[in-house]
Design a protein around this ligand. Structure first.
Ligand SMILES: Nc1ncnc2c1ncn2[C@@H]1O[C@H](COP(=O)(O)OP(=O)(O)O)[C@@H](O)[C@H]1O
Ligand SMILES: [Mg+2]
Length: 267
C-alpha cells in the first residue's frame, strides 16, 4: 500500500501567516532605503475556510499571496501550511491570477492538463481534465484555443487548471477583476459550487468588497495605520452567515458600509 502523494490530496489545509513582513530592496538609482510593504501580518485560515483579503491598491495583497504560494519569500516571519513552512513554490497550493495566463497555442483541455500533478497516469489525467471542464462549463470547448473563447471562459479554464492539482490551498489573486460585472457574479457562484464539492482552503485577494462579503467566511482588511509605511491588518471581519447568501442581505449591506469606511471610501 502506498500513500497518495501530497500533491493529489484533497484534504484542505490550514494556512498560518506568522508575523509576515516584506521589504523590497531599494530600486537601483532610487533611494537607499528598502521599500517596506508589509509588516507583522498574522492570521490563520482554517481548513476549508474562504478568507478574503482586501485593501487599497498597492498595499501588498499580492505580495502576501505570493508568500503563501512560495513565489516570493517573506522578509520577516513566514507562512506555514499544516504546520510546515512554505519554502519554495509549494505543491500544496495552486494559484490563479487576474489574467488567465493560458498558453495561446494549446487547446483549452491541454491548458487545463498543465495543472495536473506530476506523475499522474495519463488516463487518470484525461479523466480529471474532462471532469474539471464539465465542472466549469467548458466541456463543449475542450478543443478550442484561448483566442477562440471569451474572457470569462478563459478565466474558467484558468480556474480549472488551478483545480487540476487538487490543491489543498487555492490562492486567487483578483481572479474575476478583469471580467464584466455579470460574468463576475456568475464566476463567484461557480467558485461557491466548486467549494461545496471540494471544500479546499481558499485565499481570495479582491478589491471588490461585495465579492469578499458574498464569498468569504472572514475578510482580512489590510491597511497602513499612518497612511504611509508598511501595511498590516487593520481588521478581520467575521462574515458569520451561511452560504449561499443573498446579495441583498441587510447584514451584508451593513458590513459593506463598515468595510468601505475602513478603506476610506465615502458612503
Ligand atoms: N518585485 C518587486 N520589487 C519592488 N517592489 C515591489 C515588487 N513587487 C511589489 N512591489 C511593491 O510592493 C507594493 C505592494 O505590491 P502588491 O503586493 O502588488 O500590492 P496589491 O496587490 O495590494 O496591489 C507596491 O508598492 C509595489 O510597487
Ligand atoms: Mg495585486
Amino acid at each position: 500500500m502506498s500513500a497518495a502523494p501530497a500533491a493529489t490530496s484533497t484534504t484542505a489545509a490550514e494556512v498560518d501567516f506568522r508575523g509576515v513582513g516584506k521589504a523590497f530592496p531599494a530600486a537601483r538609482g532610487g533611494g537607499s532605503e528598502p521599500v517596506r510593504v508589509l509588516e507583522d501580518v498574522t492570521f490563520t485560515a482554517r481548513p476549508g475556510e474562504i478568507v478574503a483579503v482586501v485593501g487599497p491598491s498597492g498595499c501588498g495583497k499580492s505580495t502576501l499571496l505570493r508568500a503563501a504560494a512560495g513565489l516570493g519569500r517573506a522578509t520577516t516571519g513566514g507562512v506555514g501550511i499544516d504546520g510546515s513552512p512554505v519554502r519554495g513554490i509549494d505543491p500544496r497550493c495552486a494559484v490563479a491570477f487576474q489574467e488567465p495566463r493560458l498558453l495561446p497555442w494549446r487547446s483549452v483541455s491541454a491548458n487545463v492538463s498543465l495543472g495536473l500533478p506530476r506523475g499522474l497516469p495519463r488516463a487518470a489525467g484525461r479523466q480529471r481534465v474532462s471532469e474539471l471542464l464539465e465542472l466549469v462549463g467548458l466541456a463543449g470547448h475542450a478543443g478550442h484555443r484561448p483566442a477562440e473563447i471569451s474572457g470569462g471562459m478563459a478565466q474558467r479554464a484558468s480556474l480549472a487548471r488551478a483545480l487540476a492539482r487538487n490543491p489543498r490551498v487555492l490562492l486567487l489573486d483578483e481572479p474575476f477583476g478583469a471580467l464584466d460585472a455579470l460574468t463576475r457574479l456568475r464566476m463567484q457562484d461557480l467558485l461557491l459550487d466548486i467549494h461545496v464539492q471540494d471544500p479546499t482552503t481558499v485565499l481570495l485577494v479582491t478589491h471588490d468588497v461585495e465579492e469578499a462579503l458574498y464569498l468569504s467566511d472572514r475578510v482580512v482588511v489590510l491597511g497602513r495605520p499612518e497612511g504611509t509605511g508598511p501595511a498590516g491588518i487593520a481588521e478581520i471581519l467575521d462574515v458569520d452567515l451561511p452560504r449561499p447568501r443573498s446579495r441583498e442581505d441587510a447584514a451584508l449591506a451593513r458590513m459593506r458600509g463598515h468595510l468601505l469606511g475602513l478603506l476610506g471610501v465615502e458612503r
